[in-house]
Ligand binder design. Structure first.
Ligand code: NAI
Ligand code: 15L
Length: 268
């Protein structure tokens, strides 16, 4: 197992950040917390925007790695996405370079490839499928993956970009049966991504071992990730409530689900 690491967790007040705050310490990681909002129960957390590069620098000093979750997590205006997700992620990388932090785990998203058709032929979507963002949000994740490649090629900062499916305590839609990442598997995957040797820039999909999986998990497994969970135990109930996915419905025919519609339909 990789050595326990001191990790800066950005987005610590968010849904995924809150789950990882409780799960990652079990793997021996010591977390330093950063978010624009106060982090409940964590008075030592750095409360600052990603644009506050001095605060980011202080938070990053001496850490082994960054788990970068902070950002707008759904579709929004281009201006807001630009500030938090595009410029914010640039500040994380540039500060990491300056502070000598060599490993970033970047919360990318399935929405970087959201226009990719759902694979009805059973062939899982490969990790090198052409990126097809479905929103400004998805575009920002596509940018983040390119930024990660650039900082590896030019500056030797390593990244695992995790195209997370849906990481919530339970899947809440039929679509999510195919892309669900259980919180426990999320912690397993982030732990593997934080500690694996020689990743350069590696892109992985982030999901559990779902029976209805849409994509190829081999690059994640190559990091040492071994998922334990399968969404299938939720399938009967969700399909009874919502019906099977309809391939003729544009909002159900692509990986990104309702994010592909304009404007995106909620809930997804
Ligand atoms: P969330 O919206 O619950 O949390 C995001 C956190 O980032 C918030 O606490 C917010 O205050 C913080 N934040 C936003 N902009 C910031 C800024 N400029 N400076 C400092 N902090 C800022 O989102 P969630 O669900 O926790 O997702 C975390 C990350 O994972 C996001 O980057 C999201 O895009 C990504 N992701 C999440 C998925 C999921 O299923 N939860 C799926 C795919 C990607
Ligand atoms: C994401 O990228 C979002 O951050 C999350 O809130 C979910 O919408 C997820 O994708 C999804 O596609 O279900």
């Amino acid at each position: 197992m990789p050595t326990p690491r001191t990790v800066l967790l950005t987005g610590a007040a968010g849904g995924l950040g809150t789950l990882m705050r409780s799960l990652l310490p079990e793997y021996g990681h010591t977390l330093r917390l950063f978010d624009a909002r106060p982090v409940e129960g964590a008075p030592d957390a750095v409360v600052a925007d990603l644009s506050d590069t001095e605060a980011l620098r202080r938070a990053m000093r001496g850490v082994d790695a960054v788990l970068h979750l902070a950002g707008i997590s759904v579709e929004s205006s281009f201006d807001k996405i630009l500030k938090s997700n595009i410029e914010g992620t640039y500040h994380v990388y540039e500060t990491a370079r300056q502070e000598g932090v060599r490993r970033i785990v970047f919360a990318s998203s399935n929405h970087a490839v959201g226009y990719t058709p759902v694979p009805h032929d059973g062939a899982p979507v490969p990790v090198d499928t052409p990126r097809r963002p479905d929103t400004f949000y998805g575009l920002s994740k596509s940018f983040g993956e390119d930024l990660a490649q650039f900082y590896w090629d030019k500056h030797g900062v390593e990244t695992v970009s995790v195209r997370i499916g849906s990481c919530f305590p339970e899947p809440t839609s039929v679509r999510m049966l195919s892309i669900w990442l259980s919180p426990a598997d999320g912690a397993r995957l982030f732990h593997a991504a934080l500690g694996a040797e020689g990743v350069g820039h590696t892109v992985v999909y982030g999901s559990s071992a779902n029976s209805r999986l849409w994509w190829d998990l081999s690059s994640a497994r190559a990091l040492g990730y071994a998922p334990h969970d399968d969404s299938e135990r939720y399938a009967a109930k969700l399909i009874a409530e919502q019906g099977e996915l309809d391939p003729a419905d544009p909002a159900q025919a692509r990986l990104g689900g309702h994010f592909v519609t304009d404007p995106p339909l909620w809930p997804y």
